[in-house]
Ligand binder design. Structure first.
Ligand SMILES: O=C(O)CCC(=O)C(=O)O
Ligand SMILES: [Fe+2]
Length: 301
């Protein structure tokens, strides 16, 4: 039984399912590859240890507490409903870059634990993109169903997203979900693969409609989990996913981070690497929703 909503609507149980848990085969390359091919995702519990996660959470929410958005103590992640971010930081992109590059957060996103899992999956050393997507999501926020393709794919198409829970994210508080078997929906995947992925435009790759109806029409399900701190989900660029509404009864901000990984030997998409990554549109961290004060409304891809 999962309790979750999409776009304000409670999700009926017959449309919900649990991720297959692959934690027990985390060190086994063949099993990881088979399951990724079969399911389009890999769900792994506790990849990051509790202390690494606690330090990253403390670091990120501490910065947001400094701009009045998160109440004391910051680790609880309670949104104040206020923000002085824009008054305190003329350069919002610069502020967000500094939060996204905090050492405790980078220890989580690019440390040996995730590095090892991706290297096992690829069967060779893995390289994490420098440009990362840190997502503090306040109550009411969600992410529409979408494919990550064609983003991130200018260098190689062999790209995997690693989404990490930085704290507890029960289904009531807006965790990630995957649309079951969507990595086999060729009629949807082919058009997104035709999109000019070198373009700076943001093409329409998200399904803005009702995810519940969409899942039913496709005889599919929304797969998810009650995420614990340090749990991760890996998925390919052609696996449809989104996130549930954050319905926290205590106004808790959901904190996750998603990072792209690729085999280290393959060509990179330069936009997402370096000391000042350009990002998809060329304006770097300023382009991300995270760069906006938490008081501003938005929904994301
Ligand atoms: O965390 C979210 O709400 C969306 C994450 C996402 O789309 C991704 O990791 O690719
Ligand atoms: Fe995504």
């Amino acid at each position: 039984m999962f309790d979750c909503r999409v776009h304000g609507k409670p999700v009926p149980q017959d449309v919900l399912g649990a991720f297959r848990d692959s934690t027990d085969v985390m060190a086994d390359a063949a099993s990881l590859q088979t399951r990724m091919a079969e399911d389009g995702y890999l769900f792994l519990r506790g990849v990051l240890g509790p202390s690494s996660i606690a330090m990253a959470r403390h670091e990120v929410f501490g910065r947001l507490a400094d701009v009045g958005e998160i109440a004391e103590p910051p680790v609880d992640g309670i949104f104040t409903g206020r923000s002085s971010r824009a008054e305190q930081h003329a350069d919002l992109g610069g502020f967000w870059q500094s939060v996204s590059e905090g050492p405790a957060l980078r220890r989580v996103t690019h440390g040996p634990e995730i590095q090892n899992v991706l290297a096992t999956l690829f069967g060779e050393p893995a390289r994490g993109y420098d440009f990362i997507f840190l997502r503090p999501s306040v109550v009411g926020r969600f992410t529409f169903l979408h494919y990550d393709f064609p983003f991130f794919a200018r260098g190689t198409k062999n790209v995997v997203t690693a989404w990490t829970a930085i704290g507890d994210i029960p289904t009531t508080e807006g965790p990630l979900f995957v649309l079951e078997n969507s990595h086999q929906f060729d009629d949807l995947i082919e058009p997104v693969q035709q999109i000019d992925y070198s373009s700076k435009e943001s093409p329409q790759v998200q399904m803005m409609g009702d995810a519940i109806e969409f899942a039913r029409r496709r005889e599919s399900k929304l797969l998810t989990a009650n995420f614990a701190p340090g749990d991760i989900i890996l998925f390919g660029m052609t696996t449809m996913h989104g996130s549930f509404d954050n319905c926290s009864p205590i106004n808790r901000t959901r904190l996750s981070v998603d990072v792209r990984w690729q085999p280290a030997s393959e060509p990179v998409d330069e936009r997402y690497f370096g000391t000042n990554p350009a990002g998809t549109t060329g304006i770097g961290y300023a382009e991300l929703n995270g760069a906006k004060p938490l008081t501003e409304p938005w929904h994301t891809r």
